[in-house]
Design a protein around this ligand. Structure first.
Ligand SMILES: [Zn+2]
Length: 355
């Protein structure tokens, strides 16, 4: 330690990790240069096809009454893991509000909600917890969902952040999450989360609903797809899955940073996106949230068995079947084709990119 401190400076940190024969982990952070000073690592998260947590007392003790029926299905350890977790939900519209409400009912300990939008009347068909009074008062979506979670009184700590996900004010909250659900239809926001997942090793479960309606006089469903993708080292990123459209992401970034220029280019038809509102129906946004949250439960608890994790699942609601389209990382993708940025963590500029 002394050699390393001399070489790397007094702020150097060391950690020690203990692996036991029964597969458990425990760790300490040693506080150089004070000899012998250390703090215990509160919790260790192991990510991959499954997500494992290691912390003292895991699965011991009685579950609170509200979660006993859940323990009957999945055991005490799942309840304890959920209670120990910090989970982020980015986007609090139809899908995100359903996701957050489900996470609270499962007993997740801390939930961070991030969205910069307010409730309007067109949201009332699907935003869980929203009322006409919220539309009249232009209440932020995060406040509506946080209010509903607080009213459940299940001991869940909820932190609403009325901000765009890439706002520097959200960084601490995001990197302290154990898992993040992406429920935004903002391509630029997805681009940001796509990098964050690999940089900080925080798994992201990203969702998207796509309803393709023909242009006949009476709407005809051509496709009705719900997609759940998991972003994590070893899984293909959203750019390589063709989920993020970079031209739309840059148009969204322009609209946020330079609205006048965005409007000028829109009139001249130089920017992508910004068209008609997308169709949305509450039963499908809510089922999509269930699909995503169940992927989390499986990755924690394993109820689907050894091959049960799905890096990418598309539910064809109109056909009544699930598909698992595979994508390989594109050659040279800086996010998922090599491990160069995986786990790099804090860097200036944030996530290795300016702006
Ligand atoms: Zn990629």
């Amino acid at each position: 330690m002394r050699i390393a401190v001399n070489r790397n400076g007094p702020e150097s940190r060391f950690f020690s990790l203990l692996l036991t024969a029964d597969g458990r982990f425990a760790g300490r952070v040693w506080l150089a240069p004070t000899p012998g000073a250390f703090v215990h690592i509160r919790s260790i998260r192991v990510i991959g096809d499954r997500i494992g947590f290691h912390y003292p007392g895991r699965g011991k003790g009685e579950p609170p009454t509200a979660f006993q029926r859940q323990a009957l299905a999945f055991g005490n350890a799942l309840n304890a893991d959920l209670r120990s977790m910090r989970v982020g939900v980015v986007g609090c519209g139809g899908t995100g509000s359903a996701t957050a409400i489900l996470l609270a009912r499962l007993g997740v300990g801390q939930i961070v909600l991030i969205d910069n939008d307010i409730v309007d009347r067109t949201n009332l068909n699907r935003l869980h917890g929203s009322t006409q009074a919220d539309a009249d008062a232009m209440t932020p979506k995060v406040e509506v969902v946080a209010r509903e979670i607080a009213r459940m009184a299940l001991g869940v700590r909820v932190v609403p952040m009325e901000a765009w996900v890439g706002d520097p004010g959200c960084r601490d909250a995001l990197r302290s999450c154990d898992l993040i659900f992406g429920a935004t239809d903002d391509h630029d926001g997805r681009l940001f989360l796509n990098r964050l997942a690999y940089y900080y090793l925080v798994p992201i479960i990203d969702m998207g609903l796509s309803i393709d309606v023909g242009d006949e006089d009476v709407p005809t469903i051509h496709a009705l797809d719900g997609r759940v993708s998991v972003l994590s080292p070893g899984h293909t990123c959203l750019i390589c899955r063709d989920v993020i459209r970079p031209v739309i992401a840059s148009a969204e970034a322009l609209r946020r940073t330079n609205p006048e220029e965005y409007e000028r280019r829109k009139i001249e038809a130089y920017v992508a996106g910004g068209g008609n509102p997308a169709p949305a129906v509450v039963t499908f946004t809510t089922e999509l949230a269930c699909m995503a949250v169940n992927e989390m439960i499986h990755r924690l608890q394993g109820f689907r068995g050894a091959e049960g994790s799905a890096a990418n699942r598309v539910r064809k609601f109109h056909l009544g079947e699930d598909r698992h389209p595979g994508h390989r990382p594109r050659e040279g993708c800086p996010v998922c084709s090599s491990s160069a940025i995986w786990g790099r963590g804090d860097e200036d500029p944030f996530l290795g990119r300016a702006g």
